[in-house]
Design a binder for this molecule. Structure first.
Ligand code: ATP
Ligand code: MG
Length: 562
């Protein structure tokens, strides 16, 4: 539903509008983004970030950033820092509302004590394995733990001693006393505290017990006076538990609302799987430009705006679906088409000598920086007797529809002249074409002939003596399979990795205006695609990352394979 002049709406925004109209929560809107700091954020998280921060901005509300740091064994400060950086880079601001679930550990402990006092929680001595066995299945009710009817006094005493570190990991848990026959397995006396002798990144060795996600999450929302607690669909079955905890204690109660998580083709969006790729060395770290992480996309050359536009376009739904990665690519192309300067770069250089062009002369030819955006102006590119063109722009025996350079054929050099191929020099041993000889028509300066003679192709080029050398990294999809999560019998994720996801080209030749290009800056290499300067590129050794090709060549390749 799109109203004129407003952002598109969705079922969550409709719920919020209704709540505002009914003055629920005192007409406030307060959301939060609650990452667990156990990995880098990915494009799926961007969807959640855009939703939570976006809703707060649209309805004059607030959005908190809260680290859900209840599992000390998997969490690291590196992840906390990367998450903050990525949320900011995407363009969102949590103001002074940066919170950690671990800040609430004392309060959470007190809530647990209150539940025990109400007879709604008990210390259980079953092992994790036994707890699973007692839990039952979807078709079979669970059984009561033999420890379920401990007295309040005994529970209080044991829970306090759990906190004091008296017991071994796994020897006891605190469980909510709900209903072992519930059709919802989450309600069958879920564990709410476990013993873990582990050092936490913020609370150090203060705690020997840690709250489980469901317990910590609803109370964190409540403590922060969140109004709408937006999460992904897999938590739908946890909502009764979310509500149960808050209702039992009779405290402030946010509304949990679930939406479908983003699934993107040709990649995986699960931190566990992304960690696997990093640790096994299939990629060069979390910010490898092939990774669907925010850090990877940034290194790849994506702009925050393109990611936000993508997230807005895919919208919010209640049913899981898979979005084609081509849609994400569409949004970065659209953005860069308007904003990136166009330059000429030759990735596979072939030397061309223009026999009738005077030696020692250099002409500065005017080139347009972006025809979509005249305000970006023009620049000069040097032209001289020896140039490089793209190897694939020449064919000795041109097939039928090949209109580019060939022996005896004339083409246009962008912003320069018409040239005609008059000689081909080959390596005596290999037969490989190593140099072309051409003549130019001085009357065609700027790219048009006074006699209106037509050529069918326009090639990009660089002047050999002026060009800069650069390394260019061509990136492609990380996985060949559209849905690598869907593994066939006997196969694993790594069997679907695209062996050609990275191709490194050395000795590419780039026009000299890119000398000193700032790391991170973005360009269109004419006829090639969009590229950005790699963050650790330096003037002496320029490195470019291909963000995306000009058109969707992938679709063509796939079609050809079928
Ligand atoms: P992962 O499965 O990648 O580990 P997670 O849900 O465990 O993801 P959290 O750090 O707990 O990761 O997620 C923080 C927030 O981002 C949660 O509200 C979660 O629902 C949301 N989120 C995570 N993945 C996606 C996704 N693919 N699409 C939309 N939202 C997501
Ligand atoms: Mg999680």
């Amino acid at each position: 539903m799109i109203e004129a002049g407003s952002k598109p709406s969705d079922f969550i925004r409709e719920i919020i509008k209704e709540d505002l109209a009914n003055n629920k929560y005192g007409a406030r809107v307060h959301t939060r983004f609650p990452p667990e700091p156990n990995g880098y954020l990915h494009i799926g998280h961007a969807k959640s970030i855009c939703l939570n921060f976006g809703i707060a901005a649209e309805f004059g509300g607030l959005c908190n950033l809260r680290f859900d740091d209840t599992n000390p064994t998997k969490e690291e400060i590196e992840y906390v820092e990367s998450i903050k950086e990525d949320v900011r880079w995407l363009g969102f601001d949590w103001g002074d509302r940066l919170y950690y679930a671990s800040d609430y550990f004392e309060q959470l402990y007190q809530y647990a004590v209150q539940l025990i006092k109400k007879g709604k929680a008990y210390v259980c001595d079953l092992s994790p394995q036994e707890i699973r066995e007692y839990r039952g299945t979807l078709t079979e009710a669970g059984r009561h733990s033999p420890y379920r009817n401990r007295s309040v006094e005994e529970n209080l005493d044991l829970f306090e001693r759990m906190r004091a570190g008296e017991f071994e990991d796994g020897s006891r848990t605190l469980r909510a006393k709900i209903d072992m026959t519930s059709g919802n397995i989450n309600m069958r006396d879920p564990v709410i505290y476990r013993i873990l002798h582990a050092t936490h990144h913020r609370t150090g060795d203060k705690w020997y017990i840690y709250p489980m996600y469901d317990f910590a999450h609803c109370f964190s929302d409540s403590i922060e006076k969140i109004t709408h607690s937006i999460c992904t669909l897999e938590f739908e079955d946890h909502r009764p538990l979310y509500d149960w905890f808050l209702d039992e204690l009779g405290i402030y109660h946010p509304q949990q609302i679930e939406f479908a998580r983003l699934n993107l083709s040709h990649t995986v969006l699960s931190k566990r799987k992304l960690i696997e790729l990093v640790e096994a060395g299939y990629v060069n770290g979390w910010d490898d430009p092939r990774m669907p992480t925010i850090a990877g996309l940034r290194r790849r050359g994506y702009t925050p705006e393109s990611i936000r536009n993508f997230c807005e376009r895919i919208g919010i739904a209640k049913r899981d679906s898979m979005v084609d990665i081509a849609l994400l690519e569409y949004y970065i192309r659209e953005d860069l088409n308007k904003h990136a300067q166009r330059v000429m770069a030759v990735l596979h250089p072939l030397r061309v000598v223009i026999d009738n062009y005077p030696e020692g002369i250099v002409e500065d030819l005017e080139a347009i920086n972006n025809p979509e955006n005249p305000g970006m102006g023009t620049r000069n590119v040097p032209f001289s007797r020896v140039i490089y063109i793209e190897r694939e722009d020449f064919r000795e025996d041109p097939p039928k529809q090949f209109y580019r350079l060939a022996p005896g054929r004339e083409v246009r050099l962008r912003y320069a002249y018409f040239i005609k191929c008059v000689g081909v020099i080959k390596d005596a041993q290999t037969g490989e074409v190593v140099e072309l000889h051409c003549t130019y028509d001085p009357e065609t300066r700027g790219g048009d002939s006074p006699d209106r003679r037509k050529v069918k192709a326009t090639l990009h080029w660089v002047s050999a003596t002026h060009a800069l050398e650069a390394e260019v990294r061509l990136y492609d999809h990380l996985f060949i399979k559209a849905d690598p999560n869907n593994t066939e019998e006997g196969r694993s994720l790594k069997d679907y990795l695209n062996p050609n996801s990275l191709e490194i080209l050395k000795l590419c030749r780039i026009e000299p205006s890119l000398s000193g290009a700032a790391p991170g800056s973005r360009y269109q290499f004419e006829r090639q695609g969009y590229f950005c300067v790699n963050p650790d590129s330096s003037d002496g050794s320029l490195v470019f990352n291909r963000t995306v090709t000009l058109r969707d060549t992938w679709a063509k390749i796939e079609k050809a394979q079928k």
